[in-house]
Ligand binder design. Structure first.
Ligand code: 0RA
Length: 631
């Protein structure tokens, strides 16, 4: 804070005002968006403060309650926000925390080793974007309370009673002026709270919904060891004991847990200060380097096989890498890639010593893992040959594109679109209906291979898949290169029925497992063909949802209309297909986003995997988040 001369105090208070006004003016700058994601971000921001208190060792229980009136409560048993007068601002510390941007832990920096929260914008942002907020603090045997409206104190900080114990309770109601939706979703919140409980062992996190009468308690003494057990719970484990270790070096806390299953998939999730680092970074590369070296040293020492590649070693691996770093630098497209260069060496040396010890002490497990990886290497070799063949047949090598592809004239990838269309007849309509300047069509025939069940060599022998890879142009897997991708919009276009949904899911699974960067870059889309055609008085209306149909009838009146339900793309002629689904000026397309990689993995495992029982329960509960965008 500035010096406390009279004039600087004034300046400060003006700045304070501007601070929260700025949040109200441009909320997306502080919480990412004002849709349902931004709404839930408010809760995460509040919870992060309690988690910080837990990480500092002062709190072991956090409770989130969805209240009857639509507001939300975040309560913890930490030290309680200080209530004493802030000497320079002439306000209580709690009011400063609530009304000054970034003031969260500023005057108590030393007590926090690390701090979570991607934006770390502080609780004042929650306050600014709440119609009302009530904070209650238990400290010094008293119970304090203050109320705010739209970010401004609307009551004094009052002593309203006695208390034993300490803690903070924040109850807020998000502003309807800011958010397009203000209903909190139990499933979204509980998913993140469970993750936080895994990442912060021995912190009990409770979520309760007073409207739907639901409650869950998350408490994991095993921390991320329990996380790996949870992720592998529907998979067949290669060994029973989950490898787990945690160590601190140079103020960096490293916690790692791993277990192999018998699938062909790599499932590594990395976190920095409880934030999922989707794009990886130095902590992840330190882990990968060490894993590869330790296993290969072990193979050599025991003379039990040939040298393995990193990819071979990660087949069937489920792992969590969680590091706590005092001053993380986040980089990358979505600011979820750890940049601090010193972390790589620290993680590498911890993993090297801990994992070598584990292998020495558990030779049976080591043998199981290595045998599996040797098999993986063989399959990968076969796949490589199959892929080589694809490459030779494809544009990557020969400059020729797959015969089925009707390419566009545009060569600038950022202006080009590829429509992946199910079936030859719809493919034909799309070819005739498209704007060939910038739209390419790739018709796929028959069922797409389920990559969740197939071995890697089979995947790359599959015709539809190799065609897809050649057409898109950026290769796949480890060799994927975003810069070589030929279209910045890859649009999946299928019938709006059960079969179409199945094909979409199969394609999404392929992209998620083998071209995840394409999704991360925001290049993957799903077309939204209309569900109905309504005609009245020679006018035609296309309708894209059930609710849209009701709205239309309310607007134009139901009388005298004729209604046609579209079951498939094939029912539309080329110009209709253009008018309704492909013309950028009128169409709806959804951008595919991996809202939560853990959930996405779970979804694909259960939807497309081997085990049937979990599939049944999952299908109805979750859908991949996709967002409507206006193009
Ligand atoms: C600043 C200083 C202290 C605690 C906190 C903030 C604090 C903030 C929040 C927000 C939600 N729960 C919280 N719990 C604590 C330290 C106070 C002391 O030394 O007693």
């Amino acid at each position: 804070m500035e010096k406390s001369t009279k004039s600087s105090y004034k300046a400060q208070s003006i700045q304070v005002l501007e601070g929260l006004e700025a949040v109200k003016k441009r909320p997306a700058m502080y919480i990412g968006s004002t849709d349902i994601r931004g709404l839930h971000h408010l809760v995460y921001e509040a919870v992060d403060n309690s988690i910080d208190e837990a990480m500092a060792g002062y709190c072991d229980e956090i409770k989130v309650v969805l209240k009857q009136d639509g507001s939300i409560v975040v309560e913890d048993n930490g030290r309680g926000i200080p209530v004493d007068l802030h000497p320079e601002l002439k306000k209580s510390a709690v009011e400063v925390v609530m009304t000054v941007l970034h003031a969260g832990g500023k005057f108590d920096k030393d007590s926090y080793q690390v701090s979570g929260g991607l934006h770390g914008v502080g609780i004042s942002v929650v306050n600014a974007l709440s119609e009302w907020l009530v904070v209650e603090i238990k400290r010094d045997g008293k119970l304090y309370r203050q109320r705010y409206e739209n970010g401004k104190a609307s009551s004094e900080l009052e002593t309203i009673g006695e208390s034993n114990g300490r803690g903070t309770k924040i109850n807020f109601s998000p502003s309807k002026e800011t958010f397009s939706e203000t209903e909190f979703k139990y499933d979204i919140l509980s998913n993140r709270l469970r993750e936080l409980a895994f990442l912060n062992k021995n912190v009990k996190i409770i979520i309760e919904d007073e409207i739907k009468n639901k409650k869950d308690e998350f408490l994991y003494e095993g921390g991320i060891k329990s996380f790996v057990e949870y992720l592998n719970r529907h998979k067949d484990k290669l060994h029973n004991d989950v490898v787990y270790f945690t160590k601190e070096s140079k103020k960096i806390n490293v916690e790692i847990s791993l277990q192999y299953n018998d699938s062909y998939l790599e499932n590594i999730f990395s976190f920095v200060n409880n934030i999922n680092t989707h794009e990886g970074g130095t902590h992840l590369s330190g882990f990968k380097t060490a894993l590869t070296r330790v296993v290969n040293d072990y193979i050599k020492k025991k003379n039990i096989g040939t040298k393995l590649s990193g990819e071979d070693l990660r087949e069937g691996l489920t792992a969590i890498i969680s590091v706590k770093v005092p001053e993380p630098q986040f980089e990358g497209q979505t600011k979820t890639k750890l940049g601090n260069s010193n972390i790589k060496g620290i993680v590498d040396s911890i993993v090297t010593s801990e994992l070598s010890t584990f292998f020495e002490e558990n030779p049976k497990t080591a043998k199981l893992i290595i045998e599996k990886c040797l098999l993986a290497a063989k399959a990968r070799d076969a796949a490589r040959k199959a892929r080589e063949l694809t490459r030779r047949k494809s544009v990557l090598e020969s400059g020729s594109l797959p015969g089925k592809l009707a390419d566009c004239q545009e060569k600038d990838a950022s202006k080009s679109e590829l429509f992946i269309v199910e079936g030859d007849s719809a493919g034909g309509s799309a070819k005739q209906g498209r704007s060939r300047e910038f739209q390419a069509i790739l018709p796929l025939r028959g069922k797409i291979l389920n990559v969740e069940k197939a071995r890697i060599d089979k995947i790359f022998q599959n015709n539809e898949i190799t065609t897809l890879i050649s057409a898109i142009g950026g290769n796949s897997g480890e060799e994927f290169d975003l810069d070589k991708v030929r279209y910045h919009k890859v649009v999946i276009m299928t019938d709006a029925d059960v079969d179409g949904a199945h094909i979409t899911t199969l394609l999404l699974t392929f992209f998620y497992r083998h071209m995840k960067e394409l999704i991360d870059a925001g290049y993957l889309y799903i077309a939204m063909p209309p569900l109905y055609k309504v005609s009245k008085d020679k006018k035609i209306y296309y309708v894209y949802s059930e609710s849209g149909l009701n709205e239309l009838f309310e607007r134009i009146g139901k009388e005298g209309t004729s209604l046609q339900r579209y079951k498939g793309l094939g029912e539309m002629n080329p110009s209709q297909l253009w008018d309704t689904t492909m013309d950028p000026n009128v169409r709806f397309i959804k951008q595919v986003r991996i809202e939560d990689a853990v959930l996405a993995d779970e979804m694909f495992t259960t939807l497309m995997g081997e085990k049937v029982d979990p599939r049944r329960e999952f299908i109805y509960q979750n859908a991949l988040e996709a967002r409507n965008i206006d193009t």
